[in-house]
Design a protein around this ligand. Structure first.
Ligand code: ZN
Length: 355
């Protein structure tokens, strides 16, 4: 390995060389790289930021939702597909990683910025056994579905919500999953990777899954974690604050930190629906922040405070600048209103369940 030397003409070149130096070695570099998407994305001109998280796992950011690409001998398994507008650029980014086809997409929810690329990306790809379309009977429907294109897996509630949506909110049929499951979890082995897809019944929506890449120890959380704002609770589509906390507690159970050897950087990586990659310590702080805000609102309700008084008491104090936002449709105010509405429906907050 070469060290950057004085012969490098600019600081930018030195920075790039340092990044290149770090990128080859496991260690602190992974976390540093994951947290500095701008630095890594500098080479891209298409607005997307592609980060290598593990030897064969990539994060593609900037296409609406985060997209994770796991690459192996049969091609590419994607978790989420971003928004529709970005799909051609996402496909180009995948092509820069590998010439192999997209084989499978797993959707973490029915949100448009997570499923919008399904059509373009499945059409560019290939079923796992394309010949099975003709051969037909006796094979798993994950192999034979979607007319030779790549398959899309999601929880059944994703398909239900998509099929219920009408008018401007309707989902074009090519965005729908081609395979759904209705039970707690679905597992499969593809590309040398064990994928565990675990339903979170009422978190961000009622169709959320978290996707664990067991061999690589990466967990794609969908919008159960959103590092750009407080987690969006889509009550109209079955989301709940308690369900979201349940999901975060489940993630705490599944995630491993770099203990007891603290100078070793091995750790579980958590890829959120939006924003930077988390580790267990980040998750702990995020889970605690949401728990504390929920508990503060619960206490204020017990004191008989109404929504306006609860807001005036500033229950997100200490967390607002780190997690909150006043821009966009999901503001800190909305988050507090949603907690208030959920807790006001019940005699008191249910005890946090660790499932
Ligand atoms: Zn999202």
């Amino acid at each position: 390995m070469k060290r950057p030397t004085k012969s490098l003409k600019t600081a930018a070149a030195a920075g790039a060389a340092l990044l290149a130096l770090f990128s080859g070695a496991p260690g602190w570099s992974e976390r540093a790289a994951a947290q500095q998407p701008a630095a890594r994305g500098a080479a891209n001109t298409d607005g997307l930021d592609v980060q290598k998280l593990r030897d064969n796992v990539y994060l593609i950011a900037g296409a609406g939702s985060n997209i994770v690409a796991q690459v192996g001998p049969i091609g590419v398994v994607l978790v989420d597909s971003g928004n529709t507008e970005s799909a051609p650029r996402v496909l180009a980014a995948i092509r820069r990683i590998t010439p192999l086809p997209v084989r499978y997409i797993i959707n973490t929810s029915m949100d448009r910025d997570h499923v919008g690329g399904n059509q373009v990306l499945t059409a560019s790809g290939l079923s796992i056994l394309p010949g099975a379309v003709v051969a037909g009977a006796g094979l798993d429907d994950a192999l034979v579905s979607n007319a030779g294109k790549a398959s899309v897996l999601a929880h059944e509630n994703v398909q239900t919500r998509m099929s219920e949506a009408t008018g401007a909110a309707a989902y074009p049929f090519p965005l729908w999953p081609t395979k759904t499951f209705a039970f707690h979890a679905y597992s499969m082995y593809l590309n040398g990777e064990g994928f565990r897809i675990i339903h979170q019944p009422a978190a961000h929506t009622d169709g959320d899954v978290i996707v664990e890449l067991r061999r690589n120890d990466v967990i794609v959380t969908g919008d159960v974690i959103d590092t750009t704002r407080f987690p969006m609770i889509d009550v109209a589509r079955g989301g709940s604050v308690q369900g979201l906390l349940d999901a975060l507690n489940r993630l705490m159970d599944m995630t491993i930190y770099n203990l007891p050897i603290q100078w070793n950087d091995d750790r579980t990586l958590l890829v959120p629906g939006h924003g930077r990659v988390y580790d267990k310590l980040d998750l702990l702080e995020y889970r605690d922040a949401i728990t504390v805000v929920r508990d503060r609102v619960a206490d204020l309700i017990k004191e008989g405070k109404n929504l306006q008084q609860v807001k005036a008491a500033n229950p997100t104090l200490g967390y607002r600048s780190e997690y909150g936002t006043d821009r966009g449709e999901w503001t800190t105010d909305k988050f507090v209103e949603t907690i208030f509405a959920e807790l006001s429906k019940k005699p008191g907050p249910a005890a946090a369940r660790v499932n």
